[in-house]
Design a protein around this ligand. Structure first.
Ligand code: UDP
Length: 231
């Protein structure tokens, strides 16, 4: 693989606490990403915002405004993770689809590619910049734009199951599943909009547990024990 896009949910950053940041988790991610970058792999990152706010869970305010808060939460997450990455010795840049003054630079494909060429880890913060979308959608969108070889989907569970393994102890894990089947069975790997984009743009996803030791590196280097979503 030459270029990958890693998606971390907001909740994954929070560790056991479920909100805010868990530094140990982020340092663990940083060390693995550094090892990928050191081996010549270009890494883009999308981070969710669920550790602070999700627009769809807010009932009392306008959805557009609620989603704007969510998008800003992803920017905060990227600033934090980017700084931890820097303390671990990586060069980073944050790109957003809207102006955030000096906090980030405005996203363009050319800009992203320029930073990848400079061996920088590029954070795609702020989602798509539009309400009613999610960071799942922005993950697929950015992965397609930067021509990533695949999406690395780091989750709390170790792959895709035929039903929720937290609820059904007999849930069966797939080693491989096509995106058509994911859509047909409404398996929530990524949301439906993102799934359709994956299918149309033929971008594969590798789903694995963030909590498993060295799982990001193992996934990229072929020691993969999660679920491969084929296109
Ligand atoms: N969001 C949005 N447009 C986007 C991406 C994100 O409006 O293109 C908002 C939306 O409110 C969402 C929140 O940002 O709930 C956080 O993103 P997400 O729910 O995908 O985070 P995750 O669940 O992965 O932590």
């Amino acid at each position: 693989m030459k270029r990958v896009l890693l998606k971390l949910s907001g909740e994954a950053l929070a560790g056991e606490k479920k909100t805010g940041f868990d530094e140990a988790t982020v340092v663990m991610v940083a060390k693995q990403v550094k090892s990928l970058v050191d081996s010549g792999i270009q890494v883009g990152i999308v981070i969710g915002g669920g550790n602070f706010w999700r627009g769809r869970t807010s009932e009392n305010i306008d959805r557009t405004k609620a989603d704007q808060i969510g998008m800003l939460a992803t920017v905060m997450n990227c600033i934090y993770v980017s700084e931890i990455f820097r303390t671990e010795g990586m060069k980073t840049q944050i790109l957003t689809p809207f102006e955030c003054s000096t906090f980030s630079k405005l996203f363009s494909k050319d800009r992203a590619m320029k930073y990848f060429e400079k061996d920088m880890v590029v954070f795609f913060a702020g989602g798509t910049g539009h309400p009613y979308f999610s960071t799942d959608t922005s993950t697929v969108l950015r992965a397609v734009e930067i021509e990533a070889d695949c999406i690395l989907l780091a989750k709390a569970v170790d792959g895709v199951y035929d039903s929720d393994p937290k609820i059904n102890p007999n849930a069966v894990k797939y080693d491989e599943i096509s995106i058509e089947e994911v859509i047909e069975k409404s398996l929530a790997v990524v949301d439906m909009t993102a799934s359709i984009m994956c299918k149309e743009n033929k971008i594969p996803m590798l789903v694995f547990a963030l909590g498993e030791e060295n799982s990001i590196v193992n996934t990229v280097k072929g020691k993969f024990s999660g679920t491969r979503v084929t296109v």
